[in-house]
Design a protein around this ligand. Structure first.
Ligand code: SF4
Length: 422
């Protein structure tokens, strides 16, 4: 049977060799998040690849659509953004040749690299989806890029319309949109939604979120018991393997490690000198930056955008409408979706509150060229944080493409900034 998800095969092979390196090179307790996370992700990817071989429908989804919602179908869920970004992390030269491929096709260079790699994979016939599902979120870049999959890839594209209002009416509307779009998806792949299976996945996610929240709370302590790498690996597990027991196990094991470090007051990198919050993204083109900051600068990354968005547990015991209402609330509180609401006042308020609650010494804001909707926010946030005495460094970059701001430049900027803090 033809392989319709070659990038996932590439990812699985890259994960295998990275895992082998970790086993051979790292000391037994070195970077546990990487060791545990890659093992869990690999196990789920193997399962997905097996199912793809057996002919299960391949459903692409935007990372802003919580992937566990797809568990009402027997399908292979493939996150378009995670495919590109985690290959950018694991392959020697990332996915630069795919960024160039889609640029040569005529796609504007200033759009988000989150979608660009998967667009190029499609152009190169490496991805063949039976359907793709996406919300109209979190940004213009996403909304302008996804029609490519319909018109060039010829894949059925199902869109859940996200309202502007983030209140009861908005949640009702989006809950309805989720239900409609999942029903449409079922028609495309010839299946009826299995709500029992969906409930089980949601309940597992409720339990997983509780663990994530406990880890988040532990990051308030000094020194932080969370290694920087945890943030990157957690982002990967959250969007690549949602609703799985492996994801739950990853956070369970990480929580135990964080509790141990908390009790012993130990820091992964030796000594913690600076506590930083990254309200947007880390560098996915090279996650070794996390380890460099921990070990060379003693700078903790308390959390990044994928690790501070929490929502109430989804009520699966009531009627379907209540469940979809809660699913909508969760989806609208998702990383980048939540930050794009209103005129960024909630985002700025959250950041000021976090700065105080987590005893942050500084913020590092990575501004992506593609995030047009966010272009004006860093300066406003910088001014708000200045009022409470917390400095912020702004670095313009492309999260997946090292050619815009290299790792060396990132390190240099952060090192110089850190000298102003000590
Ligand atoms: S990084 Fe910015 S442009 Fe890319 S998907 Fe997120 S919000 Fe959109």
């Amino acid at each position: 049977m033809e392989n319709k998800i070659i990038p996932y095969t590439m990812l699985s092979e890259a994960l295998n060799s990275t895992q082998e390196l970790i086993e051979r090179i790292l000391p037994e307790y070195g970077m546990p998040s990487l060791r545990i996370g890659l093992e869990k992700i690999n196990s789920v990817l193997d399962d997905y690849l097996q199912k793809a071989q057996e002919g299960f429908p391949i459903v692409g989804y935007h990372f802003a659509f919580p992937g566990e919602y797809l568990q009402c179908y027997d399908c292979v869920p493939v996150c378009l953004e995670a495919s590109g970004y985690f290959l950018a992390t694991l392959l020697l030269h990332g996915v630069e040749k795919y960024y160039d491929l889609i640029a040569n096709f005529g796609h504007p260079y200033h759009t988000c690299s989150a979608q660009k790699a998967s667009m190029a994979f499609t152009l190169d016939d490496l991805f063949r989806f039976d359907a793709i599902i996406t919300p109209t979120a979190p940004c213009d870049s996403t909304c302008a890029s996804y029609p490519f999959f319909r018109y060039e890839g010829k894949f059925p594209l199902i869109i859940a319309d996200l309202p502007f209002r983030f209140d009861e009416k908005g949640y009702e509307y989006y809950g309805n949109q989720l239900k409609l779009s999942l029903t449409k998806l079922g028609k495309e792949i010839g299946q009826e939604p299995d709500y029992k299976k969906l409930k089980m996945a949601l309940e597992l996610e409720n339990k997983t979120n509780k663990l994530q929240l406990e880890i988040f709370e532990l990051a308030k302590t000094i020194p932080s018991p969370i290694e920087n790498m945890y943030n990157a690996v957690s982002a990967a597990t959250a969007i690549l393997i949602p609703g799985t027991i492996e994801k739950y196990e990853f956070y369970k094991e990480m929580l135990e490690i964080a509790k141990y470090r908390y009790r012993k007051k130990v820091h992964h990198g030796g000594e913690e000198h600076i506590r930083s919050i990254w309200p947007y993204m880390l560098t996915f083109f090279d996650i070794s930056l996390c380890e460099y900051l921990d070990r060379e600068l003693g700078m903790s990354i308390l959390f990044d955008i994928f690790n501070y968005n929490f929502s109430d547990p989804i009520n699966t015991r009531s009627d379907l409408n209540t469940m979809f209402y809660d699913m909508a609330k969760k989806g609208m509180g998702w990383p980048m979706v939540k930050q794009s609401i209103e005129f960024y006042y909630p985002f700025i308020n959250d950041c000021v509150r976090f700065a105080k609650e987590f005893s942050a010494d500084c913020f590092i804001f990575t501004q992506s060229l593609a995030c047009k909707q966010f272009g004006t926010v860093p300066q406003l946030l910088k001014e708000a944080l200045k009022e409470i005495g917390v400095p912020m460094l702004i670095i313009e970059f492309d999260v997946g493409d090292a050619r815009m701001t290299s790792l060396a430049t990132m390190k240099e900027k952060i090192k110089m900034f850190s000298q102003t803090l000590l």
